[in-house]
Ligand binder design. Structure first.
Ligand code: HT7
Ligand code: ZN
Length: 876
């Protein structure tokens, strides 16, 4: 396939200042008439041909300034429309009529059908499946849209912008027009038509303008959209208060659809959502679902300024909108909920998804320089690491200059298609700082590692820290430059309080942040007669790994006392990881594994603390996931040993603290009133962590079964079901609860996704056959991305022992599924195949089986470009 390179970027020869689209909707034969005002860019030769992008579309008619084109004067293939000698006038009107079949569109890009409704998805290159166009993000156009449809089939007709005239047509058809005054790239175009129920509300902006808000859902599901509406209004207010950003149309609509390749899409004034991220109530959604809805509603809304008003020059700049918007939604959640808890959750996500990407064959810079298939670059690196890079800019500049930089960004680039260089420049301009070395974070792939050693000299009262940075080689980048790493730190005294230290040499230290710029720094702190505990990377100020052989006593002090809650959590998690790695090694070597009793003691102190909030305690008491442990071990991974070690440690902590954990569990009992707010969710989270420990300590399913039967909300119900299937698989209690769940929710696909997910996670060799059997369940379908992700995605990413079965049966199952999904939905098959990305770190037998399966996929006939790209890069 073709390779696209950043250095090849050229502005387009032609512009399309105005676009008028008329849709006549039909499931099999939708007609699209596009009337485009085409303008030659100043300085472009008159003889320049006009080449428009297409993808699998059929041309019915074409005219220029109202005159049909002669057959030989243009060439239309499904992929391209070329007019070799366009009119010599600077500007002309090109009218194109095309036809497409929404009902045959299973790729969910362009115009397709979901639940009987018409909807569109145009990012990144879906608009070219609707009509021929300059389908690139730096071509901005003002759109007018007219939709015609059979009223009985589609009483609701929505598009971007503000509503215009609407009315009846002959033969039971009707129409509606929409006008969006804000110039936008084609990827932000959207249309929805169908029969949906509206939940309506209103928002008054900071300057007093009324905005009509609508959330459109399947009939009968209106009550489940109330939380999303509240989250939307809170997001709108937050963006005004935090960034001074006001909404800019008369209406803001959200539509929930059940067939969607990602979470949601920020189309101007008409966001389209995967219904999983809209619909929630206490009976059907967990606290995690509520939190995701809040975050994704906010994320898409925030794109209105970071993505839509200021868009990307080309797809290499994807992180310009995605990294920044993730940063904004993280900040929103931190402000609305608990900052420390959000930070820990965000870092866990980053480590679980972005670190393995950065450390494997799919590693790429936050701003990639080349791609074959852009759909494969909607990655954790672009999104999550992209957000971390924005966070580091704020750390370096301070909150005030950061806000001034954002203000300048909005002022300077509003209405433009911008680049990462434009973004970095505003922060240089407001602060007077040179961010050129810092910009390596955008350009250089790989997770930097810091090797740290510390020496204390009691006589001289000095502490010396030696820090050496290195960035591992990544595909196409063997030599790396030294990065600018802002490392927040603290020195913690024996009493648990921070020690102020004014005399530091060897690196710039500002406001508790060490600025590492060289490969090696020797940093000397003076005036420290006693050795303090060193708390490094507080708040996770930089997305790095740290190798620091810190004395156990120091780490325990930090796990008990660090004033920075992120670092306190990190210290405890680090102790747990250390114990798990040691235990996994012992288990593999058939030796007895020992666990230091202090670990259980610190867990107990954490649970009993009066000062810590329950949500934090829940995170602190959650053991590192099997995949986290595997990543820390790094090579020659045996997932079975890791699972045994994890069960061993959980059992030790559970048994040591059995009485306290039972009483904590009981003290947090559901008292009836339910609210999805963060504090209530935190109490449920802690109670459910306790449930798992208590179930281990009692070696009985009774308490979990009782919780399942008495659950008053989905969080408690799903948690109990999960504990039963994990800890007592095959027991009468687990079987009964699974059957009850199915009987209650069998008609609700989104809830059944949890049922599939919980069973997909249950570990061990039996998982392959269980997943195969579940695939034949009437509620499962390979055609729906949510179903596939809940069963297959969960199995391959969250069930280490099940997927990495030593005989390779798990790999073969994934290959089968990926190859059967691929002809219909290449984005989905490509994403499924990323589950192989860490195959080289497995022990030899599994590694060879994974290699064989990947090679088999690669050799399969007619692979999509998406799947081929992932498989070839993974094998390279
Ligand atoms: N900007 C949106 C990306 C997206 C997307 C990309 C490829 C294919 C389908 C897609 N659906 C949505 C989502 C976001 O980051 O807000
Ligand atoms: Zn986004």
């Amino acid at each position: 396939g073709q390779v696209f390179r950043l250095e090849d970027y050229r502005p387009s020869d032609w512009l399309i200042p105005r676009t008028s689209l008329t849709f006549r909707l039909d499931p099999d034969r939708t007609r699209v008439v596009a009337e485009l005002t085409i303008e030659r860019r100043a300085g472009v030769a008159v003889s320049t041909p006009l080449v428009l992008d297409g993808d699998g579309i059929a041309l019915l008619a074409i005219s220029v300034d109202g005159v049909p084109l002669e057959p030989g004067s243009y060439e239309a293939t499904p992929q391209q429309l070329t007019i070799a000698a366009p009119p010599r006038a600077r500007s002309f009107r090109l009218t194109i009529e095309t036809e497409t079949a929404p009902s045959a569109n299973t790729a969910l890009m362009g115009i397709y059908r979901s639940g009987g409704n018409y909807c569109t998805q145009c990012e990144a290159e879906g608009f070219r499946r609707i009509t021929y166009f300059l389908d690139r993000p730096d071509v901005l156009s003002v759109y007018k849209v007219r939709i015609e449809a059979r009223r009985a089939e589609a009483p609701l007709l929505l598009a971007n912008g503000n509503p215009g005239p609407a009315g009846e047509l002959a033969d039971g058809w009707h129409f509606a027009e929409w006008f969006d005054p804000h110039p936008k790239p084609s990827y932000l175009f959207a249309l929805v038509a169908g029969d949906l129920a509206e939940v309506a509300d209103e928002f008054v902006t900071m300057s007093g303008r009324k905005v009509r808000l609508g959330i459109f859902v399947e009939h009968g599901k209106q009550d489940r959209a109330a939380y999303a509406m509240e989250a939307l209004k809170r997001s709108m207010r937050w963006d005004e208060e935090t960034f001074g950003r006001e909404y800019d149309l008369d209406v803001f609509n959200i539509v929930a659809v059940s067939d969607f390749n990602m979470g949601a899409m920020e189309n101007k004034g008409l966001n389209i959502f995967n219904d999983k991220y809209v619909l929630a109530d206490r009976e059907t959604a967990t606290d995690a679902d509520f939190a995701n809805i809040e975050a994704i509603i906010a994320h898409e809304y925030f794109h209105n300024w970071t993505g839509n008003r200021i868009t990307c020059r080309d797809w290499f700049q994807l992180c310009l909108k995605e990294g920044l918007t993730v940063f904004r939604d993280h900040e929103f959640s931190a402000d609305e909920r608990s900052r420390a808890v959000e930070r820990i959750a965000d870092v866990r996500t980053l480590r679980a998804h972005q670190f393995p990407e950065d450390q494997g064959p799919l590693a790429h810079p936050v701003r990639p320089r080349r791609y074959r298939e852009i759909n494969n670059f909607y990655t954790a690196t672009v999104y999550e690491k992209g957000s971390e890079v924005v966070g580091m800019i704020r750390t370096i500049l301070g909150a005030e200059d950061f806000r001034r930089g954002m203000d300048l960004y909005f002022e300077r680039h509003d209405g433009e298609a911008a680049t990462i260089e434009d973004f970095v420049k505003v922060f240089e301009d407001v602060s007077g700082r040179d961010l050129s070395q810092f910009s390596l974070w955008y350009h250089q792939a790989g997770t930097p590692n810091l090797m740290v050693s510390a020496a204390h000299d009691a006589n001289a009262a000095t502490l010396t820290l030696e820090i050496e940075q290195s960035v591992p080689p990544t595909p196409g980048e063997s030599r790396k430059k030294a990065m600018h790493i802002p490392l927040a730190f603290g020195l913690v005294g024996a009493d648990g309080n921070d020690i102020a230290c004014s005399s530091v040499s060897g690196a710039t230290v500002e406001n508790g942040v060490i600025h590492l710029r060289k490969r090696r720094h020797v940093i000397r702190f003076e005036g420290l007669p006693e050795r303090p505990a060193i708390s490094l990377n507080r708040g996770f100020s930089a997305p790095v790994t740290i190798a620091f052989d810190q004395p156990l006593q120091e780490r325990m002090l930090l796990a008990r006392n660090d004033g920075d809650l992120f670092s306190r959590w990190q210290a405890l998690t680090g102790l747990m990881s250390g114990a798990l790695i040691e235990a996994a090694g012992a288990i593999r070597g058939r030796k007895a594994a020992k666990i230091a009793p202090e670990l259980s003691q610190i867990c107990l102190e954490t649970v009993r603390s009066q000062a810590l909030e329950p949500a934090y305690k829940a995170l602190a008491l959650t053991l590192p996931a099997e995949a986290d442990i595997a990543r820390e071990i790094g090579s020659n991974i045996d997932p079975d040993a890791i699972l045994s070690a994890r069960n061993l440690l959980a059992g030790v902590i559970a048994t040591a603290n059995a009485d306290s954990f039972v009483s904590t569990y009981e003290s947090l009992a559901d008292t009836g009133g339910y609210s999805p707010d963060a504090a209530s969710a935190g109490r449920r989270a802690l109670r459910n962590v306790m449930l798992d420990y208590v179930t281990l300590a009692t070696a009985s399913p009774d308490i979990a079964a009782r919780q399942y039967r008495g659950a008053g909300n989905m969080t408690d119900r799903a948690a109990a079901l999960s504990v039963l299937t994990m800890r007592h698989p095959g027991s009468a209690e687990a079987t009964e609860a699974l059957a009850d769940f199915e009987a209650r929710f069998g008609n609700d696909p989104l809830v059944m996704d949890k049922w599939f997910q919980i069973q997909a996670i249950a570990p061990g060799d039996g998982a392959v056959d269980r997943v195969r059997a579940l695939m034949t369940h009437p509620g499962f379908s390979l055609g729906n991305p949510n179903r596939v992700r809940s069963l297959i995605g969960t199995y391959t990413t969250a069930n280490q022992t099940g997927f990495h079965r030593i005989d390779g049966a798990g790999y073969e199952l994934l290959a089968e599924i990926a190859l059967s999904v691929d002809p219909k939905n290449p984005q989905l098959s490509a994403r499924l195949a990323t589950a192989f990305r860490s195959w080289r770190s497995l022990e030899e037998a599994r590694r060879e089986r994974a290699r064989a399966t990947l090679s088999r996929i690669k050799a399969a006939p007619a692979l999509s470009a998406d799947l081929r790209d992932i498989v070839e890069r993974t094998l390279a």
